[in-house]
Design a binder for this molecule. Structure first.
Ligand code: GH3
Ligand code: MG
Length: 457
């Protein structure tokens, strides 16, 4: 994960040490030696993360952080406060200034990279989210309710701790802000994790009834829980388990004795990232669907069909295979609407689509072309076969009345169909035009029929 990190500290050796550590891991490091310079750099260079010293002359870290978070250009950049003492008061003040996490000096490598990685992951998700959201809104395929507003749902936490006392402490910390489930048994925890739709697993490394590292590893391996972030609670002397956990894919940790502020910020980071990630995936599927299909019938829409047809037609030379295409139009459909109302008309359109969908082959592409006009694209198909398909579709529609209004009404529906086949180097517009001419011939000839329009010789 390559990223740009701004390191801010008034003591030159401190900056140099952090710069060296981060550069070794291929982060791109920029540096500032005082608050005002940091503010300028943050705005001009838009770093992905800021490591900010608290004690600086002129303007201290709290004030710098506050200003960063107030400025819309820099507000989204995560800030890690680097404090000389592990003073609770400092942390509270840091939180109030809008800090996203804390590091204590001297900064140890495990802590540094755990914090940096987990905040960078969150930032990546949020950046991607904002980008996709902008694109989707430009294309008109995402409605406002898909936006970040809906991220305000209560985070769901699964806390695994078989010590009753510390489990209750966790409950007390989380209860107000989160929907928290406490579990003391490993197998039960796994069942819950697989089915529970959680945003974060908090695992105590002090569990004695089972091996908590084994639980971490199982969560990372199981398909249903692979994406679930894990935060571990570790004794400050237990570096071995801490490091093992991180190697297994644990996302972050908090040392015992637990500082509630620290637990709160790290929990928030993990839960937010998970929620952004879920939302991205959901929006992706949704925009794919919305972008290519018609809402009423579920068939492909005109834009998708036209694109796809042009792709098929562009296969030239030795690759060339004829593409056949038919356009179907419901006969006297206006009368259905006028007699029975628009809802009945919609019902007919849905059933009509489902009959088409059922009787075309898998490689054929059925689309709603317009109001009551439908197109079926048939790759690698000659005119004789396509005419056969059209005749079958016509019978599928005319052969059985349509049952509408929850079965209270039966309507006889017919359709007319125009068929044609592509020529080498042809584009979609002329192909569609030829099929349309055939359709109108079918209408003129009395409807409920198929007319074939072979290409000009
Ligand atoms: P023809 O046999 O010549 O095709 O006659 P027609 O009545 O089917 O054709 P016309 O083009 O006169 O009318 C088509 C009607 O389809 C008009 C339009 O209001 C209706 N329509 C278009 N889209 C929808 C829709 O989504 N739902 C409903 N219920 N009606 C629709
Ligand atoms: Mg019609």
């Amino acid at each position: 994960m390559s990223a740009r990190i701004l390191v801010v500290d008034d003591v030159i050796p401190n900056v140099k040490i952090l710069e060296a550590k981060l550069s070794v891991e291929y982060y791109d490091v920029i540096t500032a030696y005082n608050g005002p310079d940091a503010l300028v750099l943050a705005e001009e260079e838009s770093p992905d993360l800021i490591l900010l010293d608290v004690m600086m002359p002129q303007m201290d870290g709290f004030e710098v952080c506050q200003r960063l978070k107030k400025n819309p250009v820099t507000a989204h950049i995560p800030v890690v406060m680097v404090t000389a003492l592990s003073e609770t008061a400092d942390r509270v003040q840091g939180l109030e200034a809008g800090a996203d996490d804390f590091l204590t000096k001297p900064v140890d490598d495990v802590a540094l990279f755990a914090r940096v990685k987990s905040l960078l992951r969150l930032k990546m998700m949020m950046d991607e989210f904002r980008l996709r959201e902008a694109t989707s809104q430009d294309l008109g395929v995402i409605s406002p309710e898909d936006g970040p507003g809906s991220l305000n749902q209560k985070g769901r936490i699964l806390a695994i701790d078989d010590n009753n006392f510390s489990a209750q402490q966790l409950r007390a910390v989380y209860e107000e802000k989160y929907d928290v489930t406490i579990e003391g048994d490993m197998e039960e925890a796994l069942v819950l994790a697989r089915g529970g739709d959680f945003d974060l697993a908090v695992i105590s490394m002090n569990c004695t009834g089972f091996d908590p590292l084994r639980l971490c590893s199982r969560i990372r391996t199981l398909e249903e829980t692979r994406q679930l972030p894990i935060l571990t609670l570790v004794d400050d002397s237990d570096t071995e388990r801490l490091v093992k956990g991180l190697e297994l894919g644990v996302n972050d940790y908090v040392m015992r004795p637990i500082d509630n502020n620290e637990l709160a910020v790290r929990t928030r980071t993990q839960v937010l990232r998970k929620q952004y990630q879920d939302r991205l995936r959901h929006n992706y599927h949704r925009s794919m669907e919305l972008a290519v299909t018609d809402a009423l019938t579920g068939l492909y829409n005109r834009r998708y069909m036209t694109n796809h047809l042009n792709t098929l037609l562009s296969k030239a030379g030795a690759d060339y295979r004829p593409v056949s295409l038919l356009i179907m139009d419901i006969d006297y459909f206006k009368k259905v609407n006028d007699t029975h109302g628009h809802d009945v008309g919609d019902d007919v359109l849905k059933q009509f689509s489902s009959r088409i969908g059922k009787s075309v082959r898998g490689i054929d592409l059925a689309c709603r072309f317009g109001g009551e006009e439908f197109v079926v694209v048939m790759p690698d198909t000659d005119l004789a076969v396509a005419t056969g398909v059209a005749e079958r579709l016509r019978r599928e529609v005319a052969g059985q009345p349509f049952s509408v209004s929850q079965g209270t009404l039966e309507l006889d529906i017919t359709c007319s169909i125009g068929v044609t086949m592509s020529q080498p180097n042809e584009q979609s517009d002329t192909l569609l035009k030829r099929a349309d001419e055939a359709l109108y011939q079918a209408k003129r000839d009395g409807r409920n029929r198929v007319v074939t329009n072979s290409a000009p010789a």
